[in-house]
Ligand binder design. Structure first.
Ligand code: ATP
Ligand code: MG
Length: 792
């Protein structure tokens, strides 16, 4: 696998620990994993996690990973998806070599295995309908009852099963079921259906088959046929593991055979990760297509410009855990920035232009300024010439007639530095008849040429583009697709599309880009100074027209919060471990990894070697509490941090939530202090986590409480009360906020009533903002729906 450099040492998450143990004991010669997509849609960022895990393990342990299309369902599969999935996996940097497989190629062998079960008296043909079968399965408290088919003889079953295959029976008239245990506490073990009849055309096998295996039956066999050793799937399949083992054991696959292991699927804030939901977004035209840059599909991320390294790095940061949790979207943004920062050349582009005329610059004169592509902290070289002339564009927002406090850009009579060029002064503001500012007449100061040493202390620097030389571009600015972290959290009868962010795409026509980009490779990923990372849209910007997508803005809130290392190449080489900022008095190492110091993680591992109790806790945090190896490492890296965590855990048993607070939220309020300098202890944080867990306060508002605790100490519950951050359940307060939101958007109210149901998200967002996130979104939506009346 060329392109992919492992960024994670082997054996760090619980799955890799299992694989490492198996390798150490020599159970398998080398691990064999697989990525088994169903070709019924495009890949999304959840699949990226699975790819990184499966291909990553193969690579780190010298094994192999198969790409297998799990195409046993004739009704949903399409060739188009097969090709796009292959393309996406390759783009991600993974290589299956010769190991490309299609489950549908195994239909014959699967059928033979079914006859083995029938012959052993372990499978029977049942004539019961779907409803009858589900009825006869019983309930959790009541065992199932046998259907008449269960008492058929082996000969009868074999005859009927062969006739099923021969096409003698219509769809739905018969099934093949495993004969396991109708009283099993695991409902899935109550004689699961193995085969059903479907006279359907299969995209690869045509009409060769009219019986099709179900997932549970097919999947374990696919793994076994291919010699897979570790079959890794998501947690929803935990209960299916028993069938997996039963089938393989009874069909006769001996140890060492394949086994199933489950990990937490990726769920990401402010988006949805389900093909079914993507289809709705596309069909109902909430997005432009599967590859809309706002989509969390690989196609969408690719088109937005996100490089594959960033997605692999993201998978690294989030790790692999045994408990489901929704990942902070800030981590994805962080991974993208960290990847782009050391490689993206800096150029200047003005997104919303305002004309500047330098009255003391000679008409027609052009100065070519030499501007470096990279800032000092990026060890890359290169520069380009940037033309400077009498008429320039600057960002409209870089000028203000009524500047807010601390505004360090251009104001009437004030000065500002133009990047790589001169200091200018605004002498005159030109307005049109309507009073809009249309031009600034300025003068430049020759003595201030960049590099001349005349720095004019304290003034700001802005970017600009020469008007005569500027290239015209369309710029697309993307924001989160949904307004709320969990779009699926909707009231009865509600719909995730109600939470769509109406402002998720802003298109700016008439942006001005410096001319040097015309000579660059069209796929160059830039940092436009001060406004973000951009690249040319590969579809609409492929021709003459310049169309730029913003991949990501510059501001990294997550890195700050988590205490990750500063940006830069060094940081990229040694990916930051999150929350290395949690320190206590006993930990000598500073909270970040620098190239010349031991990685904090090594320091923590050293502490555990020296302290058996810490080692035991590390073990417990991953195995029992199901925390990611990364979190567990941090939380067992020193007595101080670990005791703090234990204290919090004693107050609130939700380990994942408590770990999240300690690892992600604590560093930002800690600053440079050590843990024992905080005016509260682990117990205090635990109480706060509990208040969130009980739904008394939103997580957002709880962060404000935490900030207060960090400043002055105090009881979380008191602070919550004092700041008025308890969830707004009070109907009167809520109603006032709802009315205010509706009053602010009268024209949107009319549009909503006219049928634009997706405006609901906008209203909910308004109210949530107004209540500082303290209201219950469900209650807000209900109330809004009532006030707005029925949808047209
Ligand atoms: P959907 O539910 O949207 O149809 P899926 O899970 O059925 O998605 P598959 O094509 O069956 O999609 O998935 C292929 C592999 O990717 C499976 O091994 C599955 O476990 C994994 N996978 C799917 N979604 C996620 C996710 N959100 N996080 C991690 N792995 C995932
Ligand atoms: Mg599936």
């Amino acid at each position: 696998m060329p392109d992919v450099k492992p960024t994670r040492p082997a054996g760090t998450d619980f799955i890799r620990q299992i694989v490492a143990a198996h390798m150490a004991e020599g159970r398998y010669p080398s691990p064999v994993t697989r990525f088994p997509p169903e070709p019924n849609g495009y890949l999304h960022i959840g699949h990226v996690k699975s790819n990184c895990l499966n291909f990553g393990i193969a690579q780190e342990f010298g094994g192999r990973c198969h790409l297998r299309f799990d195409d046993t369902n004739p009704e949903t599969e399409e060739v188009e998806y097969v090709e796009s999935i292959k393309d996406d996996v390759r783009w991600l940097g993974f290589d299956w070599g010769e190991h490309l497989y299609f489950a549908s190629d195994y239909f014959e062998r699967m059928y033979e295995c079914a006859e083995i079960l029938v012959n052993k008296g372990l499978a029977y043909v049942d004539d019961a309908s779907e409803e009858e079968i589900s009825e006869s399965r019983g309930t959790v408290t009541r065992p199932g009852t046998p259907t008449p088919g269960r008492s058929r003889t082996v000969e009868e079953n074999l005859g009927l099963f062969r006739r099923m295959r021969a096409g003698e029976f219509p769809d739905g008239s018969k099934v093949l079921r495993a004969k396991i245990d109708l009283a099993s506490p695991n409902m899935l073990m109550r004689d699961p259906v193995l085969y059903r009849i479907r006279h359907a055309h299969h995209y690869r096998r045509g009409d060769a088959w009219c019986i099709y295996p179900l997932y549970d039956y097919a999947h374990c066999l696919e793994d076994a046929f291919e010699g897979v050793t570790h079959s890794i799937c998501t947690l929803e399949f935990e209960n299916n593991r028993e069938i997996y083992d039963w089938l393989l054991d009874n069909i006769g696959f001996d140890e060492p055979r394949t086994h199933q292991y489950e990990f937490a699927r990726l769920e990401l804030e402010y988006t949805v990760l389900s093909k079914r939901k993507f289809i709705r977004l596309v069909k109902e035209r909430h997005v432009a297509g599967w590859d809309d840059p706002r989509m969390p599909t690989v196609a969408g991320l690719r088109r937005r410009g996100v490089p594959p390294e960033a997605l692999r790095y993201f998978a690294d940061i989030i790790g692999v855990a045994k408990a489901n949790s929704r990942v902070d979207i800030g981590k994805l943004d962080h991974a993208i920035r960290e990847t782009l920062n050391p490689v993206a050349p800096r150029v200047m582009a003005v997104l919303e232009p305002l004309r500047v005329v330098l009255t003391n610059w000679r008409e027609g004169e052009v100065e070519e300024l030499d501007a470096p592509y990279f800032p000092h902290d990026v060890p890359r070289e290169g520069s380009r010439a940037v033309p400077f002339a009498r008429e320039l564009w600057i960002e409209r927002s870089d000028f203000s007639e009524a500047p807010p406090k601390g505004f360090r850009r251009l104001v009437p009579g004030g000065e500002v530095r133009l990047r790589y060029a001169y200091v200018i002064r605004c002498d005159e503001v030109v307005k049109d008849a309507a009073g809009n500012v249309v031009e600034l007449r300025c003068s430049y100061d020759l003595a201030t040429r960049s590099g001349s040493g005349d720095g004019r202390k304290g003034i700001g620097t802005i970017h600009w583009v020469s008007a005569r030389h500027a290239l015209e571009a369309e710029v697309r600015l993307y924001d989160r697709l949904f307004l709320v972290p969990d779009p699926d959290d909707v009231p009865e009868g509600g719909d995730f599309v109600d939470h769509l962010n109406p402002g998720s795409l802003r298109v700016l026509q008439g942006a001005k880009v410096e001319p040097s980009v015309a000579a660059d490779h069209p796929a160059t990923r830039y940092q436009f100074e001060r406004t973000g990372y951009f690249w040319r849209d590969p579809v609409d910007g492929a021709g003459e027209r310049l169309v730029f997508n913003r991949m990501i803005t510059l501001k990294d809130t997550w890195a700050k919060q988590a205490g990750a290392p500063e940006k830069g190449a060094a940081a990229r080489q040694a990916p930051p471990r999150k929350a290395t900022g949690v320190r206590d008095a006993t930990s000598a190492a500073p909270g970040r990894s620098a190239a010349d110091k031991p990685r904090v993680s090594d320091v923590r591992a050293g502490k555990r070697r020296a302290d058996a109790e810490l080692a035991r806790r590390m073990e417990r945090y991953t195995r029992e509490l199901g925390l990611s190896a990364e979190d567990a490492d941090i939380l067992s890296g020193s007595r101080g941090v670990s005791d703090f965590f234990e204290g919090a855990l004693a107050e609130h048993g939700d380990a994942a939530a408590v770990a999240g607070w300690v690892v992600n939220d604590l560093p930002s309020v800690l600053g440079r202090r050590s843990l024992d300098a905080l005016p509260f202890d682990g117990r205090g944080l635990g109480v706060l986590a509990r208040l969130v867990g009980e739904g008394r306060i939103s997580r957002r508002a709880a962060k404000d409480v935490l900030a207060h605790m960090a400043e002055k100490g105090g009881d979380p519950e008191d602070i919550m009360g004092r700041l008025g951050l308890e969830r707004v359940d009070d109907y009167g307060a809520l109603e006032a906020a709802v009315d205010a939101a509706l009053a602010r958007w009268p024209e949107k109210v009319v549009e909503y009533r006219g049928g634009r149901a997706n405006l609901m998200g906008l209203f909910v967002g308004e109210v949530m903002k107004a209540t500082k996130g303290a209201a219950d979104p469900k209650a807000v939506k209900d109330l809004l729906a009532r006030k707005l009346g029925a949808r047209a």
